[in-house]
Design a protein. Structure first.
Length: 311
């Protein structure tokens, strides 16, 4: 079973404009509503090809929360929801089709009350079993302490769960102290975690640093259009991506992580897991809104280059 912790879900609304005109009335020719928040983006790969057994844990409230429940039901997603007094957020992607630009506006989200946090925590701790995968993805809403992920990871790994952390800032700094089973970060976050200054980064070799790191059993450092370097099962891999004409990379990192864990949970080798994750993530970049097309996956999967660079 894969548990996906999505503490700050959102209604993702993509609004298409022929041309964005500042200080004027702009009329949309199309809008698309999708389940959003990093956790719901993580599961996009779960909904196509070899669907794993999974459940999303989230806070939902207000009229936006009601709409998100409708979308969850429509997509057949198993979800353990904690009802909150606040209203779930809306995040907007404004697409200027004339300039081929996407402007992402993320709301902060509601404030979580103490009793809501306790209900959410109890639900998660009661449902996770030994050897389950638990993905912690994204920032935290107001009302949850910076060590919220740390506390949950510590408790869950004590009972034998495999915890995965993909966050940033203080949530990441605190969370890694629990030594999660896998950590996904970008290059800047990685060097910050190991205490390297910006000047030192220029002269640092990422692969060498990753080889010797004791940050976690498994670490993936994403490099945007350059692919990633991953330490899985004490082996270092470098993934190289083909050049594409990207539209909007929003949610690509989340989709990468979801596909990676899905493949690992299904017993795939690290190379096959990295290929799947990279191809799904690449497909998402070809669209203005989060989306994976199987036709893209099939077209690009053999263009993903994966090299073993150390062990």
């Amino acid at each position: 079973m894969i548990h996906v912790v999505c503490p700050n879900p959102a209604l993702d609304r993509t609004i298409f404009l022929n041309e964005f005109k500042p200080n004027n009335v702009n009329r949309s020719n199309l809008s698309i509503d999708l389940l959003g928040g990093k956790g719901f983006n993580v599961i996009r790969s779960f909904l196509i090809q070899d669907q794993p057994s999974f459940v999303v844990h989230s806070f939902l409230g207000g009229y936006t929360g009601d709409y998100l429940r409708t979308l969850i039901s429509r997509n057949g997603i198993k979800n353990i929801t904690t009802q909150i007094k606040g209203t779930s957020r809306i995040c907007s992607i404004i697409v200027d089709e004339k300039l081929n630009q996407a402007h992402v506006i993320n709301e902060g989200g509601p404030s979580i009350q103490e009793e809501e946090k306790q209900e959410f925590t109890d639900n998660l701790l009661n449902k996770v079993k030994p050897d389950d995968f638990v993905i912690f993805s994204g920032s935290l809403p107001q009302g949850l302490e910076e060590d919220f992920y740390y506390s949950l990871i510590s408790q869950l790994q004590h009972v034998g769960a495999k915890c995965i952390l993909d966050s940033s800032g203080n949530y990441l700094d605190e969370g890694v102290k629990a030594n999660p089973w896998l950590v996904k970060v970008n290059e800047q976050e990685f060097f910050e975690l190991i205490g390297k200054s910006e000047d030192a980064i220029i002269n640092s070799n990422l692969a060498d640093e990753l080889k010797n790191i004791e940050l976690s059993s498994h670490v993936v450092v994403t490099l945007g259009s350059e692919g990633c370097i991953a330490k899985l099962d004490n082996t270092l891999y470098q993934v190289s991506l083909p050049k594409i004409k990207a539209k909007n990379p929003t949610a690509s990192g989340d989709i990468f992580l979801g596909a990676l864990i899905k493949a690992i949970a299904n017993g795939e080798s690290p190379v096959k897991a990295l290929r799947m994750a990279s191809t799904y993530s690449l497909s998402n970049c070809l669209y203005w809104y989060p989306n994976i097309a199987i036709s893209d996956v099939e077209s690009y999967k053999n263009h993903i280059k994966i090299f073993t660079i150390g062990g």
